[in-house]
Design a binder for this molecule. Structure first.
Ligand code: ZN
Length: 416
């Protein structure tokens, strides 16, 4: 699946250090890349395209965009994979409710998402993969897990068999989110799982392959006619396009369990590697008046609506980066207004290009920005460093190129 255009990323003098990121399971900061490996690899769960991209999605992809930019600034070759869950229950339910073909609904929403990502100058993934593009490899993974004794079948209501992963066979299960059994069961039921289905060996065992149901799309496979389960699709895309182990798996905090826990378990099963993901990184949620944005509550703020209203995408970006990525936070009109004022200030002081005008103040500002982003992508501290520089710069001086280039390269803010 094609992604979206890649923004220009200026090369800065010198280089930054490998960022450390707070790992969800360990609860402590870990290096985001291996010191002796030239490549850095990232997997971020993509959208289920049944609804437009809202600011909560944007904030997640923006956080990992900061990581990609920091890696590039270190001199790493980055390999980034992202999925599109273009076949899933919520998508089919929405399509059925509105009478639209599920494929055209998905295609339209992916188009909106691409336009949002391009407007926000988010560096696109190298591998942007729809689940419908990897049906055969997912079925092959299911076959391999079953052969290895890590999966079992249950008769399905409309014929054929559903395939489930046997979590009892995975001794590392639980290491990603580190939750107690009661919480795991609650979240599993809340987020698409079926803990009470008769015939399952364990209540948390996740579906790997769903046999063909009447009225639902299906594909022929060695597992029988059907379609992939949710978690195995990300495991397969990551294993195919990044290899195992890879450096960082990311997504919103609501994906930690069950999605990343199950996906990591599947990765262990297909690869035999005990720790297939080095660091699990989760982003906070964006709310409106203290409530998480969701379609059912009708409180979505869409990137596409803001852009259509004439809001500069750079201001949206700056507003979201004004908070730390791991902290759930609110979107407010004041937040956007502050970002818009800041953007104008920066534009009047900083030039959108690299030049060799770096004196001590410029060098120190770039170093402070790099240091902030190296420490768990602390974008508020990086922004504060630029603010201090802008406030101290005499009004009659020409605009600084090197700080402007750092703002563009590290924070992705277009000053043009
Ligand atoms: Zn995923």
């Amino acid at each position: 699946m094609h992604s979206w255009p890649r923004p220009d990323v200026p090369t800065l003098p010198g280089h930054g250090d490998i960022p450390v990121l707070v790992d969800a399971g360990a609860g402590e900061a870990l290096p985001s890349a291996r010191p002796t490996v030239r490549q850095a690899s990232l997997y971020v769960c993509g959208i289920t395209p049944y609804d437009a991209t809202h600011l909560g999605h944007a904030a997640t992809y923006l956080a990992f965009d900061l990581l990609v930019r920091a890696w590039l600034d270190v001199g790493r070759e980055v390999t980034y994979a992202q999925c599109v869950t273009d076949i899933d229950d919520p998508l089919l339910e929405r399509a059925q409710a509105t009478g639209e073909d599920w494929r055209s609904l998905a295609a339209r929403e992916v188009d909106v998402y691409r336009a949002d990502m391009a407007a926000l100058r988010i560096i696109p993934p190298d591998h942007y993969i729809g689940v419908t593009e990897i049906i055969d490899p997912v079925a092959d993974a299911g076959v391999a897990l079953e052969r290895a004794g890590l999966a079992y079948r249950i008769p399905a209501p409309d014929g054929g068999t559903d395939l489930y992963a046997d979590l009892a066979a995975d001794r590392e299960f639980g290491s990603v989110a580190r939750l107690d059994p009661t919480t795991m069961r609650e979240l599993f039921a809340e987020r698409g799982g079926d803990p009470d289905r008769p015939g399952k060996r364990g209540p948390l065992d996740p579906l790997l392959w769903r046999a063909r149901r009447d009225g639902e799309p299906w594909w022929a496979s060695p597992l029988g006619d059907g379609r992939p389960g949710w978690h195995i699709e990300c495991a397969v895309i990551a294993a195919r396009h990044l290899g195992v182990p890879f450096d960082v798996q990311g997504g919103g905090t609501d994906l930690a369990f069950p999605h990343h826990e199950m996906g990591t378990s599947h990765l262990r099963g297909v690869s035999g590697v005990a720790a297939p993901v080095a660091v699990h990184v989760h982003t906070g949620l964006i709310g409106l008046d203290g409530v998480k944005m969701s379609k059912s509550l009708g409180n979505l703020v869409l990137v596409s609506d803001l852009v259509a209203d004439g809001v500069a995408p750079a201001a949206i970006r700056l507003a979201l980066l004004a908070g730390h990525y791991r902290i759930s936070r609110d979107w407010t009109p004041e937040l956007l207004a502050t970002a818009q004022r800041r953007l104008e200030m920066w534009k009047s002081t900083l030039a959108p290009s690299t030049s060799d005008d770096a004196g001590p103040a410029e060098r120190e500002t770039v170093a402070l920005m790099r240091r902030a982003l190296t420490l768990d992508l602390d974008s508020p501290a990086a922004i504060a460093a630029v603010d201090r520089y802008v406030a101290a710069r005499p009004a009659d001086q020409t605009r600084s190129g090197v700080v402007g280039a750092a703002v563009e390269a590290l924070l992705g803010i277009d000053l043009g």
